[in-house]
Ligand binder design. Structure first.
Ligand SMILES: Cc1cc2nc3c(=O)[nH]c(=O)nc-3n(C[C@H](O)[C@H](O)[C@H](O)COP(=O)(O)O)c2cc1C
Length: 520
């Protein structure tokens, strides 16, 4: 009897029923979270230390963490993950994100299991009430039935309680834990990065850059030809975001920003992409010189020369902790619906399928997308098929992933000549350049290129930018350009340009990173 009553509050395996409630809002005041066993194990696994590094000054501990690490809300803790799974708004966005990547079945399964558990709780509770009120020997409203019938019902209820309900309760537990693990290690980190990037892109385009420290002005270049791929140039934004002086940064591998609670899985993913010379985005817990942790939305891409050799890696760091202070902020961020203006950006199509770096592949894929266009009718026969094959050879996940970064459109200029040395494939696409015209960008002066695409350039545009760069300061300015989008909408497109000087160890400007985003 007591056991029957217990079903009101707990599942048969002892876990509290529906710990967060189905209509949980943004208030986390007194939540007692119960992460699944598998999740706790996964968290423990994250503590396995990687092989020691030459510049690994910070020990990485295996300490499990709760909803916050050193006072910073933790996106990836099992507790927060469970809350995200059970919060209707965040679960809905995660479901939509998964469905768009052809893996919605996992979230749909968890949603149905949640529903199943709720119904089971209700069933258990109702059975308990019926037993207590009408059937049990001391029931207040005992039914006027034969003793034999009452005995049989009592026996049936006991049997159901002892065997059927526990079996029903455990029916999906293993599968649920397995699926939760899968989500936590794959789609969930991608979802978090996507949501964070969406928010940063909006801030970069919408004139609220100051909400994120480093957004649009924190960059570094590393040189893979030097042992351990150290930073060789860094912007002032990098100095202020990390709190280290330039001489403490150059020449050092960026891992010095990692610490006790940096997620090893994210570092491994990053390392794999760097090794494969692929573009990547990670959300990493990093530490300022003061030891203060911050969430770093990190973008890394190789910069290739015309022969396809990696000359530098470009890193763009955005401190997201300036907008994420607690779990409510995390939930708010993860509840943001997809903004079609951002996600349907036509230029992102190029980034979706192409590898980054120099001009080559961006142009190739542009050719592929325009294969029915007369303009490209002189492409040698069979070329289109080569390109289709190339896309088909891409990993399925790679094809599905909307590769989405805050810095999808960038150029890297030499200084003081301000000649374009590297650029993202999306720039070629945006400026509607013929693949054969890639040379048009490479080694040409940026103002000459902009002038060819700007119906009119603000009078002081060039002067303002040149003088800021000369004095080593980052500068932003809007400009109207004739782009792919403007061809579609029949008017020039307003773009915000952000110019960031990258300096060597003597604080001399050697390179300039230019990023372009939708203007205000
Ligand atoms: C251009 C560039 C920028 C990077 N920026 C950061 C960073 O801001 N924070 C960080 O934790 N790691 C950053 N990394 C990653 C580390 O330098 C290193 O590649 C990573 O820790 C994996 O290697 P490891 O396992 O040898 O440490 C960056 C790497 C590159 C190439």
């Amino acid at each position: 009897m007591t056991a029957m009553m217990d079903y009101r509050d707990t599942h048969l395996n002892g876990a509290p029923t529906n710990p967060y409630g189905n209509d949980h809002g943004f208030d986390f005041g007194n939540i007692t979270s119960t992460p699944s066993k598998a999740l706790v194990e996964r968290e423990r696994d994250r503590g396995v230390s990687p092989p020691p590094q030459s510049d690994d000054t910070r020990p990485r501990s295996s300490t499990s963490r709760g909803m916050a690490v050193n006072g910073v809300a933790d996106f990836f803790s099992p507790e927060v993950f469970q809350i995200v799974l059970h919060n209707p708004a965040t679960a809905h966005q995660l479901l939509k994100f998964s469905q768009a990547r052809m893996s919605g079945e996992n979230m749909e399964f968890l949603e149905r299991v949640d529903r199943y558990n709720t119904l089971l709780d209700e069933l258990t509770k109702t059975l308990s009430e019926i037993h207590k009120n009408f059937i049990s020997p001391d029931a207040v409203k005992q039914l006027n039935l034969s003793q034999g019938m009452m005995k049989q019902m009592n026996a049936d209820i006991k049997m159901t309680t002892m065997t059927t309900l526990p079996a029903m309760e455990l029916m999906f537990t293993d599968a649920q834990e397995h699926i939760e693990n899968l989500l936590a290690s794959d789609i969930y980190p991608r979802f978090v990065k996507h949501q964070m990037t969406t928010s940063a892109v909006k801030a970069l385009s919408g004139g609220s850059r100051q909400r994120y420290a480093g957004l649009g002005d924190c960059f570094c270049l590393t040189n893979p030809a030097i042992a351990d791929n150290p930073i060789v140039y860094a912007s002032d934004g990098f100095v202020s975001v990390t709190g280290y002086s330039r001489s403490e940064i150059i020449p050092r591998n960026c891992r010095f920003l990692q610490g006790n609670h940096t997620d090893h899985a994210a570092v491994r993913r990053l390392k794999a992409c760097i090794g494969a010379k692929k573009e990547s985005v990670e959300l990493l817990l990093n530490y300022r010189k003061t030891g203060e942790p911050f969430w770093n939305l990190l973008y890394v891409t190789p910069l290739l020369d015309s022969e396809g050799r990696t000359v530098f890696f470009l890193g763009g760091q955005i401190n997201c902790s300036t907008t994420i202070h607690n779990c409510s902020d995390i939930l708010r961020l993860l509840s943001i619906g997809e903004d079609s203006n951002v996600v349907d950006d036509p230029y992102l199509a190029a980034a979706t399928t192409s590898k980054p770096g120099s001009s080559g592949l961006g142009a190739l894929f542009k050719t592929f997308r325009s294969k029915n266009n007369d303009k490209y009718s002189d492409i040698p026969a069979g070329m289109e098929q080569n390109l289709i094959n190339k896309i088909e050879r891409l990993d399925f996940k790679e094809q599905m992933e909307m590769f989405y970064t805050a810095y999808s459109k960038f150029l890297v200029l030499s200084h003081p000549a301000l000649e374009v040395k590297f650029f993202s494939p999306t720039i070629v696409d945006m400026l509607c350049l013929d693949p054969k015209e890639n040379l048009h960008l490479a080694n040409n002066n940026i103002f000459k290129i902009l002038m060819q695409h700007a119906p009119s350039m603000p009078r002081d545009f060039k002067y303002r930018i040149k003088s800021s760069l000369k004095s080593g300061r980052a500068v932003s300015a809007d400009i109207n350009l004739v782009t792919k989008k403007s061809v579609i909408y029949r008017r020039s497109e307003r773009l915000a340009t952000h110019w960031t000087p990258l300096k060597d160890e003597k604080a001399e400007v050697k390179w300039v990173v230019v990023t372009l985003t939708a203007g205000t």
